[in-house]
Design a protein around this ligand. Structure first.
Ligand code: UTP
Length: 410
């Protein structure tokens, strides 16, 4: 794209201010800026239009009661494990680690996986996850493909870290990195911010773009050729995360479901975690802030909370269905954030208050595109230790306690 083409395109979208400093730039900076402009996904800006905001989905939320509980999983443990191990041995399940987030709440300036959660020894979050996966590698007697999603902001750090640490004992031939897309940030009037004279303000576009980024990276063909039929997707920040769990895989396949979600019983009706539900008759996830008080406290006949299954961000998805839904648009979530930018005089501003919007798509919205999703309940204190904050709830401190409780030397 040349300057004239960029100008026409930006004028069409009311964003011509992005070329304000163009004449001051070096040739390299000019071409960098034009490339970023060419890559702007203007469709996310559509979600700011009033007609699209008022066009919110009609949502009929009901409890999703068909699940595999801890007791069910124990009763059928042998059968589920047998099926799961067989799938892993045949190479039918690949792992996807979502590590493209910015971890702003933790306030650590490197990728979250590089955080050292150890006390008396070094123990990195990435290392905890790899150790957990290595347990299954031993149990199944085979390597399991691991795809790691990074963003342009943290890819180099992440890849270098894995190399420096010799992949924490994992076989590097089975590890593949791919980079997620970025989305622009805008002010409250929908004008795209400049982070520098030749740089748009860009940030990772949420964890919903993981599959389209796999497709773009060319890795889909590779994993399909290698035999993958299922993808087990999980977040970077749960240090007790049990991925490639043969019981989970076996349970989803036995139930004839197209997808599954590892869930934990919510600690309280108000816990700030998304819960499995039915939305217009299809599996879905209702966010804690979308539940009314009445719904949060609603009980089933057996006395249990109707929305008790909190999601842990550990999903199993059938690959053929992912390919089918890949061209369907996920809803765009608009998030108010503090966005550093340069003003019209080229001066850098670091706001103290939110000054605009970022746009994200979320993996949880994919669940609703599946005909079936099996909630698979796991023991909370054994498998759920999220590191979201530096202290307090779901923090480094709480995760350390849970690691110790589970016999992990820290
Ligand atoms: P979070 O929703 O906790 O977001 O991510 P975050 O960016 O890591 O942290 P905060 O909100 O800024 O504190 C849940 C999972 O999704 C991944 C994260 O890396 C984490 O594994 N994620 C999130 C991505 O891979 N890309 C994104 O754009 C956002």
């Amino acid at each position: 794209m040349d300057f004239e083409e960029a100008k026409v395109m930006l004028e069409k979208h009311g964003q011509q201010h992005l070329l304000k400093f163009y004449d001051e730039l070096s040739d390299k900076e000019k071409s960098d800026l034009l490339k970023q402009i060419e890559n702007i996904d203007f469709s996310v800006l559509e979600s700011l239009k009033p007609e699209n905001i008022s066009f919110a989905r009609e949502r009929q939320i009901e409890p999703l009661t068909e699940a595999v509980t801890i007791e069910d999983a124990e009763k059928n443990a042998d059968e589920y494990t047998r099926i799961g191990i067989e799938q892993l041995k045949k190479g039918k399940v690949a792992m996807v680690l979502l590590a493209g987030g910015q971890g702003t709440r933790l306030g650590f300036d490197k990728p979250k996986g590089m955080f050292n959660i150890g006390i008396s020894k070094e123990l990195y979050i990435f290392e905890c996850l790899i150790n957990n996966l290595l347990d299954i590698v031993k149990q199944a007697g085979c390597w399991i493909p691991l795809l790691i999603m990074t963003s342009e902001k943290n890819n180099t750090d992440t890849v270098d870290f894995f190399k420096e640490k010799n992949f924490f004992g994992y076989n590097p031939d089975y590890v593949h990195f791919f980079i997620q897309d970025m989305a622009v940030s805008v002010d409250f009037n929908g004008k795209i911010y400049l982070e520098g004279k030749s740089r748009l303000s860009l940030s990772p576009n949420g964890n919903g773009g993981w599959f389209s980024s796999i497709v773009k990276s060319g890795l889909l063909d590779k994993i399909k050729t290698d035999g993958a039929e299922w993808l087990n997707v999980f977040s970077v920040d749960n240090v007790l995360q049990r991925m490639a769990d043969p019981k989970f895989i076996g349970a989803v396949i036995s139930a004839g479901c197209q997808s599954g979600s590892k869930v934990v019983s919510k600690a309280s009706p108000q816990e700030r975690v998304g819960a499995m539900c039915l939305e217009n008759g299809m599996p879905s996830i209702v966010e804690y802030y979308e539940l009314t008080d009445e719904m949060a406290n609603q009980r089933l006949e057996n006395g249990e909370l109707a929305y008790r299954f909190g999601v842990t961000l550990n999903y199993l998805f059938r690959l053929d269905k992912l390919e089918e839904i890949n061209n369907k648009k996920l809803p765009v979530h608009i998030v108010e954030k503090k966005i550093p930018y340069i003003n019209e005089n080229g001066v850098e501003i670091n706001p103290d208050e939110p000054n605009g919007y970022k746009f994200e798509t979320l993996i949880l919205d994919m669940v609703n595109m599946y005909d079936s999703c099996l909630p698979f309940e796991v023991v909370r204190r054994k498998e759920f230790a999220p590191v979201k904050n530096a202290s307090g709830t779901d923090s480094v401190d709480t995760a350390r306690e849970l690691l110790k409780e589970n016999g992990v030397e820290i």
